[in-house]
Design a protein around this ligand. Structure first.
Ligand code: 13P
Length: 254
């Protein structure tokens, strides 16, 4: 059975004070809801990883994630943050291949793969993001587009490595737009990804990988989306910046 996971992605929002406040409020709600079967992950900006990690220490089923890491292991790469550095401060997860990294910062599949590799080598679980832009959806080639994203990166991993990753399907046109993918759209893609994992690796591996949905998830639509077959949780941007909204989304999962 895949693990149920709800992950926040704060993106480039919050300062130190608001990061602490958001984490504090979130942990207060968590202690009231006692929902330990769902893994909760907070993907926070680099400068606040240590602070938020310390605040979450000892809280059952709550973990911190980076939003990015370098495709180089170390050296003269000014401004980069390596997987080894993240590992040295005990960061257990990192997003990789988010569409904003791919589109705005030009990250190719090769770069996404190099990052994934380094994360795994440093015992950090990659949360691998994939998803199609609007023109691909309009052309009705979204299934093969996402298949290609997988083939050119995480499907190059051995099964012993692949089994450690989490997949997040985020249709680019649904990110931050208020436009959620329909139940059919989500169901079709999640089924497709699971069946690709089955053909590439094995049925048991495909049944164990968590596949999250991301894109305009909010308290109002979370339950409906989490109830879709093959959806094992969510990756939440905007709504994760409000502790009450985020916990309401966490509590919508069965
Ligand atoms: P929104 O929830 O703001 O649409 O963002 C989704 C996302 O990009 C999470 O990584």
């Amino acid at each position: 059975m895949p693990r149920k996971i709800v992950a926040a992605n704060w993106k480039m929002n919050n300062d130190e004070y608001s990061s602490k406040k958001l984490t504090f409020d979130f942990l207060k709600y968590i202690s009231e809801s006692n929902n330990t079967k769902v893994l909760k992950i907070l993907s926070v900006p680099f400068p606040f990883l240590n602070t938020v990690t310390k605040m979450c220490e000892g809280v059952d089923s709550v973990f911190v994630s980076a939003q990015n890491s370098s495709d180089y292991s170390e050296g003269a790469y000014t401004g980069e943050v390596s997987a080894k550095m993240l590992s040295s401060i005990s960061v257990p997860f990192s997003l990789v291949g988010h569409s904003e990294r791919r589109e705005i910062f030009g990250e190719s599949d090769d770069i996404v793969f190099a990052k994934t590799r380094l994360l795994l080598e440093n015992n950090i679980t990659p949360i691998f993001c994939c998803g199609e832009p609007i023109n691909i959806r309009k052309d009705n080639t979204h299934l093969s587009f996402v298949e290609e994203q997988l083939n050119l990166s995480v499907f190059k991993l051995k099964s012993s490595e692949f089994k450690k990753i989490i997949i997040a399907y985020e249709p680019v046109w649904a990110i931050g737009t208020g436009e959620t993918a329909s139940e059919n759209d989500i169901s079709e893609m999640h089924r497709h990804i699971r069946s690709l994992i089955k053909s590439k690796y094995s049925s048991s591996l495909s049944n164990d990988i968590s596949i999250l949905y991301g894109g305009s998830l909010k308290p109002e639509n979370a339950k409906q989306i989490f109830d879709i077959k093959n959806v094992d949780g969510g990756l939440i941007g905007g709504a994760s910046l409000n502790a009450k909204d985020f916990i309401d989304i966490v509590n919508s999962i069965n």
